[in-house]
Design a protein around this ligand. Structure first.
Ligand SMILES: CC1=C(/C=C/C(C)=C/C=C/C(C)=C/C=O)C(C)(C)CCC1
Length: 301
């Protein structure tokens, strides 16, 4: 019964390819300004929404629904968010380095956790190299726009070679892991399909503007599949009905996150930080607790 109602993953993947092609077509017809505005709208809506149920999910994975447990979770959440933001201003290199590393792990885990047939600590490295390969593909292909953003956050100079060598390193490590996992028959998904998806990402990042390319990946290939996983976990199925329920359950947290982002923009309005840097602080602040929660959820049997 549940199986029938739950969105079929292969069907979802097909729709993701169609939406991606449409988004690419869109980028040919509209200029960077339209792409940028739409990127912010999508990241603030779907992107933030897929992390807006974290407090609820933390409660659910720790199976404690009491009021005091809820207050403890909220306090811990606020402390972690404040701690991450502080780290960006005190030790920006460490903060950004950790954020990129953890994001890589998180993107890889979201993509692979259901297709790997083995539970091993090596999976952590495989996930991380996969996500880093995608992120550094963006950074390298759009280095002209990315370097000033990184330099603004890190307060040190960054050269394209660092981005290129890290891309090569993560690509090579991914290749080694991929050959090993596929040779041993430890992966369910089709190798050619996976390579095709990476090729699609390359075309997106090369063709679209920085923010639009990131947005297509982040929304279509990460946030939507993650929303599906969360709905399956919270309500036992993913359908339009449970999507409505998810929105109803998370709208308050979502609104608080958006108010937090607006406050961050207001606090930093007189500093030299650009909008993308502020978006990165915000994403980092909500990503650390999110990765912790989702990792627990993806590991469930
Ligand atoms: C540094 C940097 C970027 C990285 C963003 C990352 C790493 C986002 C991760 C988000 C996550 C993991 C959200 C949670 O689900 C951009 C925006 C591509 C632009 C250029 C500079």
């Amino acid at each position: 019964m549940i199986q029938q109602k739950t969105l079929n993953f292969a069907k979802l993947k097909g729709s993701m390819i169609v939406v991606t092609v449409f988004a690419l077509w869109f980028s040919v017809f509209f200029d960077d300004y339209v792409e940028t505005v739409l990127s912010y709208v999508l990241i603030m809506s779907f992107g933030v929404l897929h992390g807006a149920n974290d407090i609820r999910l933390i409660q659910s994975v720790t199976s404690n629904n009491s009021k005091s447990a809820f207050i403890r979770v909220v306090l811990a959440y606020v402390l972690v968010v404040a701690g991450i933001l502080t780290l960006f201003f005190v030790l920006p290199v460490l903060a950004l380095g950790l954020f990129v590393l953890i994001s890589g792990y998180h993107f890889g885990e979201q993509h692979w956790s259901k297709s790997l047939l083995v539970h091993s600590s090596w999976n952590v490295l495989f996930y991380t190299f996969y996500g880093l390969f995608i992120l550094f593909m963006i950074f390298y292909l759009k280095s002209e726009q990315v370097i000033p953003i990184l330099e603004g956050i890190l307060k040190i100079s960054v050269v394209t070679e660092v981005l290129g060598y890290t891309l090569l390193f993560s690509g090579f490590s991914l290749l080694v892991f991929g050959i090993f996992y596929y040779n041993k028959g430890l992966v369910k998904s089709n190798l050619w399909e996976e390579l095709f998806v990476l090729l699609v990402f390359f075309v997106i990042f090369k063709t679209a503007s920085l923010l639009w390319g990131f947005c297509i990946y982040f929304i279509v290939w990460h946030s939507i599949p993650s929303l599906k996983d969360q709905m399956d976990y919270l309500y036992g199925e993913s359908s339009w009905r449970t999507f409505g329920k998810y929105i109803k359950d998370s709208i308050l947290y979502w609104a608080v996150s958006i108010i937090g982002l607006l406050m961050l923009l207001w606090f930093l309005k007189d500093s030299s930080e650009n909008m993308v840097a502020i978006l990165i602080y915000f994403l980092a602040a909500i990503t650390f607790p999110h990765v912790f929660v989702m990792s627990k959820l993806e590991k469930r049997p």
